[in-house]
Design a protein around this ligand. Structure first.
Ligand code: DOR
Ligand code: ZN
Ligand code: ZN
Length: 450
């Protein structure tokens, strides 16, 4: 056998242990993992100089935009940011223009993405207006369904419990996941109207409108409505201690529930919103340190299943308007998420094992990405190579994302993704994209019987 690629002198993370070994890749899959003398000859050999090799990281929560919002981000810039950030697979959220919630919109999105992506991309759908279309969306390739509870983006009336229940039932039948943005629309919009009337337009007013209670209430409501529907729920970007406790209890009671946190809510607090101003406005917002500490503990102990960046790019102009109710919510994260978390590992606040679980193993399991998640013969050769000797300073002006600002600008971090292989192809090398747009793959759900 002549392999396409052999990687030598690697420190490879395999099921909780690190092995000094080599990896052979054949047709985009792992063909052999073992000692260098056992490796087949290969067309290309790369010496990794004892750098750390992880199974390719998955960011299950990114807003790649493109189409009508390409001025904020497009598939090329967004997936370049992913590759530079060490992610080999990203899952794209549906609040696009047009909203991804019809078979036609999904198909178009796949067509646009195919020519442009540099890493693997899966695409979420929001709920369609007609639930009859739901199984066609799933069979048409949707990786999961997103439900925004803070404002209505898809076709479900989010104020109507019966409509939500019917939606959950329909997704339950497809076996897909519903990823939930849990903020109670009624509560948030009522406070927002009140503040607007009183001409309270500052960052602190946004935090006062988007309360923990609004999150807790949405989580409780969604859990209650999902009873007897067989749906798998995945709560996105949870931010509150109480929200996490409710999810923990639901898991204990045997419900099919998982949850995600963002690095923002693990590392920053509402004091940072005051310091950073409008650019730190996101929904749900940053909270006080009791919440931050509870969330970090949740990641360490395994109550929180995944970390997603919630990469939400906007233009700097959109982020720096004078009135908080006009500011676009969200902040870029693809190029900072992994280094920030590697720094926690280096500081012994998190184990490497948990890092691989939250970024690789759990997302692969939750989204049914059966060819990903571990370094094993026959699986997709998606690899993230890390240089742990590099202490470096985050510089948002150098981002591949169109959003060239960051809540972590000038932070010192330890550990840098230096190579990203996607299906055996070197996409990013030393921070630069060296492959052509379209080198990544669009992942379409294939768990369909009809
Ligand atoms: O902060 C956020 N940004 N929260 C959302 O719900 C949407 C997202 C975006 O698309 O910008
Ligand atoms: Zn959200
Ligand atoms: Zn989001």
């Amino acid at each position: 056998m002549i392999a396409d690629l052999v990687l030598n002198n690697a420190k490879v993370y395999i099921k909780g242990e690190i092995f000094e070994c080599s990896i052979a890749v054949e047709e985009g899959k792992y063909a052999k993992i073992g000692k260098q003398p056992q490796m087949p000859s290969a067309d290309q050999k790369i010496d990794l100089h004892s750098m750390l090799v992880l199974p390719g990281l998955i960011d299950e929560h990114v807003h790649l935009r493109d189409e009508g919002k390409a001025y904020k981000e497009d598939f090329i810039s967004g997936t370049s940011a992913a590759a530079v950030g060490g992610f080999t697979t990203v899952l794209d959220m549906p609040n696009n223009q047009p909203v991804t919630n019809s078979v036609e919109a999904l198909k178009n999105r796949f067509e646009v993405a195919k020519k442009r992506v540099l890493v693997n991309v899966g695409v979420y759908s929001e709920f369609p207006e007609n639930l009859m279309e739901l199984s066609r969306l799933r069979c048409g390739g949707a990786i999961g369904f997103k439900l925004f509870m803070g404002n209505q983006i898809g076709g479900l009336n989010i104020d109507d419990d019966q409509a939500l229940k019917a939606g959950f039932r329909a997704v339950g039948e497809t076996g897909a996941v519903v990823a939930v943005h849990a903020e109670d629309r009624g509560q948030v919009s009522c406070s927002e109207q009140h503040f607007k009337k009183a001409k309270c337009n500052g960052v602190k007013d946004f935090l006062l409108a988007h309360t923990e209670q609004a999150e807790v209430q949405a989580i409780e409501r969604v859990l209650r409505i999902s009873e007897d529907t067989n749906v798998c729920l995945h709560f996105c970007h949870i931010t509150s201690k109480q929200g996490l406790e409710i999810i923990r209890e639901a898991k204990k009671a045997g419900k099919k529930v998982t949850c995600e946190v963002t690095p923002n809510h693990l590392l920053l607090t509402s004091a940072d919103t005051a310091r950073l101003g409008m650019i730190a406005i996101m929904a749900p917002p940053l909270r006080d340190s009791v919440h931050r500490e509870a969330l970090l503990k949740g990641v360490i102990q395994g109550d929180i299943d995944t970390i997603g960046s919630d990469h939400a790019p906007h233009t700097f102009e959109e982020k720096t308007v004078g009135n908080v109710w006009d500011v676009k919510v969200g902040t870029p994260g693809l190029e900072t998420t992994l280094p920030l978390m590697l720094t926690l590992v280096k500081k012994k606040m998190l184990t490497l094992q948990r890092l691989v679980e939250v970024f690789v193993e759990k997302p692969a399991e939750i989204y049914g990405l059966t060819n990903k998640g571990t370094l094993e013969n026959g699986k997709d050769a998606d690899l993230t190579i890390i240089d742990y000797k590099q202490n470096w300073i985050i510089d948002a002006s150098k981002f591949k994302s169109k959003a060239k600002f960051s809540l972590y600008n000038k932070w010192e971090v330890i550990g840098k993704p230096v190579k990203t292989f996607v299906n055996g192809v070197l996409i990013m090398d030393e921070g630069e994209i060296i492959a052509k747009p379209g080198s990544g793959r669009v992942i379409q759900n294939s768990n369909c019987e009809n």
